[in-house]
Design a protein around this ligand. Structure first.
Ligand code: NAD
Length: 289
C-alpha cells in the first residue's frame, strides 16, 4: 500500500522539490498530493515531473489561510487518509518593526502560524483514527533564535516550535510523530516572495537614521549569508527523507546535521546575553560596542 503524502506550498522551493522527489521515488511507494494556493502556478511542478508520474502525483488547490480550501483538498484525497502531512507553506517579512502595519503582521501570523496549525487540525482526527501518522513541518533557524528586522517572522516561527512541541508530547500516544526540519538559508523563491521594506521605500522615511543604517547592514549581511551559505532545496529534501524513512523519527532535524553554533549558544548560555552580543557582532560588526 502506498504512503499518502500531502504537502503544502508546492508551487516553488522546498515544497516543490519534495513533491518531485517523492513522486519520482523509484520505489513508487509514495502517492503525493502536492498542494498550492494558486493552481495557475502548477506548470513549474508539472515541468519537473513531466508525464512520468501520473499515478504518484496529484496537484490540489489549498490556501492554508482558508479553512474551506483545506477541507476541500482533504476530501479530494481518494485514499481517504494522509499518512504523512508536510506543513511547508510560509512567507518571510523583513524590515524595521515601526513600519509594519497591523494587517501585515496579522497576515504573516495567518500564513505561517495559523496556516500551519489549522492544516494540522484538519488532518489530526483522521490520523488519530488511523492509529498512525507523520507530521513534518518546515522549521527555521528563525524559529530557534531571534534575528533583527525579522521580529514578526521569528515570532511566527517560534510559535510553530511551541505548537509542534506541545503536540508531539500528546501525539506519541497515538503513534503520530511530529518532526521539524530546521532550515538555515535555502535557495528557493523565499527571497522573491518575501515581503521586504526596501531602502528607498517612502515608508522608511518615518524611521530614524540609526535604524536605517543598521537595516542597511543587516540587508548586506543577509545577502552575503544567502550567497555563501544557502543550501539547495535538494539538500533539504534529503533531510525530509531521513525523517520519513526513520522508524523512530526525531522531533528536530537540522539540515546541516548539527545544531548551528548560534542556536547552541542559547542552550549553553541560557541567560541569553551571549547570543544577543554574538549575533549583533556578526550582523552589525559591531557599531556601538
Ligand atoms: P518559497 O517561497 O519558494 O516557498 C513557499 C511556498 O509557500 C510558496 O510556494 C508559496 O506560494 C507558498 N505559500 C505562501 N502562502 C501560502 C498560503 N496561504 N497557502 C498555501 N501556500 C502558500 O520558499 P521556501 O524556502 O521553499 O519556503 C518553504 C518553507 O521553508 C517556509 O515555511 C519558509 O518559512 C521555510 N524556510 C525557508 C528558508 C529559506 O531561506 N528559504 C529558511 C528557513 C525556513
Amino acid at each position: 500500500e502506498k504512503k499518502v503524502v500531502l504537502i503544502t506550498g508546492c508551487s516553488s522551493g522546498i515544497g516543490l522539490s519534495l513533491a518531485v522527489r517523492l513522486a519520482s521515488d523509484s520505489s513508487k511507494v509514495f502517492k503525493v498530493y502536492a498542494t498550492m494556493r494558486n493552481l495557475a502556478k502548477k506548470e513549474r511542478l508539472l515541468e519537473c515531473v513531466k508525464d512520468l508520474h501520473r499515478d504518484t502525483l496529484e496537484i490540489l488547490q489549498m490556501d492554508v489561510t482558508d479553512r474551506q480550501s483545506i477541507l476541500t483538498a482533504r476530501d479530494k484525497v481518494v485514499e481517504k487518509r494522509v499518512d504523512i502531512l508536510v506543513c511547508n507553506a510560509g512567507v518571510g517579512l523583513m524590515g524595521p518593526l515601526e513600519v509594519q502595519s497591523l494587517d501585515t503582521m496579522r497576515r504573516i501570523l495567518e500564513v505561517n502560524l495559523l496556516g500551519t496549525i489549522q492544516t494540522i487540525q484538519v488532518f489530526l482526527s483522521g490520523m488519530k483514527a488511523q492509529g498512525q501518522g507523520r507530521i513534518l513541518v518546515t522549521g527555521s533557524t528563525g524559529g530557534l533564535h531571534g534575528l533583527p528586522f525579522n521580529e514578526m517572522y521569528c515570532a511566527s516561527k517560534f510559535a510553530i516550535e511551541g505548537a509542534c512541541e506541545s503536540l508531539a508530547v500528546l501525539l506519541q500516544h497515538f503513534n503520530i510523530q511530529v518532526s521539524l526540519i530546521e532550515c538555515g538559508p535555502v535557495n528557493s523563491d523565499f527571497l522573491i516572495n518575501l515581503q521586504k521594506a526596501e531602502l528607498g521605500d517612502p515608508s522608511l522615511q518615518q524611521v530614524d537614521g540609526r535604524t536605517i543604517s543598521l537595516y542597511e547592514k543587516y540587508l548586506q549581511h543577509c545577502s552575503m549569508v544567502f550567497q555563501n551559505a544557502a543550501q539547495d532545496t535538494e539538500d533539504i529534501v534529503e533531510v525530509f527523507l531521513d525523517a520519513i524513512h526513520s522508524t523512530s523519527p526525531a522531533f528536530r532535524y537540522f539540515t546541516n546535521s548539527v545544531m548551528p553554533p548560534l542556536t547552541q549558544l542559547k542552550v549553553t548560555e541560557p541567560d541569553g546575553m551571549e547570543y544577543i552580543k554574538t549575533m549583533s557582532k556578526i550582523i552589525f560588526a559591531d557599531e556601538d560596542q
